[in-house]
Design a protein around this ligand. Sequence first.
Ligand code: THU
Length: 130
Amino acid sequence: MFDDLARHAAAIRLKAYAPYSRFLVGAALLCDGAIHVGCNVENAAYPQGSCAEAGAISAMVAAGGRRIEAIAIAGGGGQACTPCGGCRQRLREFGAPDLPIVMVDEEGREVMRRTLGALLPDAFGPDHLA
Ligand code: THU
């Protein structure tokens, strides 16, 4: 299952629109047996760019999904592309603290694995508003 996510993340990474940073990112998440993917989409007005994880989450929600079971993130440059702070919070909206987050390289090879709880401890989440 992680292999499949890693493959999808590495493949969609190549579709990224990142003319400014030239840092391509792909994300693939599992929800109800389906894989949803996203890539980063930058903008000439820099803050309007969006992350790969945000794209994958949008695809999941648009398909009716609400629960992320696992996610793979493919970056480049020989080190793990860990999700940015904002994306950690986005993942918390649809993922439990034990959500596995697998960072992979351009080829889909695993370079790091963490849980969401490890990357965003004591997170504020939907439960706080229940
Ligand atoms: N980026 C992502 O897509 N996901 C992350 O978790 C880290 C950063 C993108 C945003 C921007 O387009 C580029 O990587 C450089 O920051």
